[in-house]
Design a protein around this ligand. Structure first.
Ligand SMILES: [Zn+2]
Length: 277
């Protein structure tokens, strides 16, 4: 295996690989993972660990893939609760009544890019193929959240909105909250057109030199979604050393990750899964 990281722990269980945040593992309060494409049974461009339903893969393969990753992470697949991601900023509170929605029961929620809970054995799931997964844990109040933060979610500051939910709904102190910015498209690969640069310049004027790399010649600008999300979380009150930032670019590593950008959309999905024990 040549998948290494200085930010996340790489786990290898037979041919199944997944990643976790050391800061979350150290609390002993959660089970969690970010999946890779290794260790499943899907075929073709879904190979082999595709965790996205409804993209054209066989449902039986996706279910078996969930069974496998849940087994190694120690989560009961019937506890999974799925989002309905639309690159928006809506965050939904879920609890035991929502378990199984999206896998053994139909999804009921619509247009949800963030999930939050204070209940144990409710396993939050969000799906990825380059967008940025944000993981949250308040070890004091025992609250967790996941948010899907592609460039649109980043511009809408879904990370800040999640912190506000922790504070508003659960009386969290932002200085207690741990965050993980997971594997996703890096500044190395996230080329954007002038309209995206303009949106970032208008939304984050003070950060533009840090998060947008303008081309020297006729090339395209690159945006650093990792650093933008890190700054958003820091401005929301999180301590810098409570924020872990990925060093893995999913677009760069097709042998390990599904990438929307690299595949032009013919791809499977990684999952972020997070559960309070
Ligand atoms: Zn890259």
């Amino acid at each position: 295996m040549d998948l290494t990281s200085t930010a996340l722990t790489v786990h290898e269980e037979g041919n199944l690989y997944y990643l976790t945040f050391p800061s979350f593992d150290r609390t002993g309060l959660v089970r969690h993972c970010f999946s890779t494409r290794r260790g499943g049974i899907s075929q073709g461009y879904f190979a082999s660990m595709n965790l996205g339903f409804g993209r054209g893969d066989h449902e039986t393969c996706v279910l078996e893939n969930y069974r496998r990753i849940c087994y190694v992470v120690g989560i009961y697949a019937g506890d999974l609760v799925f989002s309905d991601q639309v690159h928006g900023d809506r965050i939904l509170y879920v609890d035991q009544q929502d378990r199984g929605k999206g896998i053994v029961q139909p999804v009921e929620m619509e247009e949800v890019d963030g999930l939050i809970t204070d209940r144990s054995q409710v396993a939050l799931v969000t799906l990825y193929a380059d967008c940025v997964p944000l993981y949250f844990l308040d070890p004091t109040k025992k609250v967790i959240g996941l948010a899907h933060s592609g460039w649109r979610g980043t511009v809408q500051e879904i990370g800040r909105k999640m912190v506000e939910r922790f504070v508003g709904d659960f009386h969290s102190d932002p200085q207690d909250i741990l965050a993980g910015i997971g594997p996703s498209i890096g500044p190395c690969c996230f080329e954007v057109g002038p309209e995206v640069v303009e949106t970032f310049a208008q939304t984050f004027p003070a950060w533009i030199d840090d998060v947008v790399r303008m081309p020297a010649g006729k090339g395209k600008a690159h945006i650093d979604l990792w650093e933008t999300n890190r700054k958003i979380l820091e401005r929301a009150g999180l301590l810098p050393d409570h924020i872990t930032v990925t060093d893995i670019c999913t677009t760069h590593r097709p042998e390990y990750f599904h990438s929307h950008r690299r595949s032009g959309g013919n791809r499977g999905s990684q999952a972020a899964i997070l559960e309070l024990r």
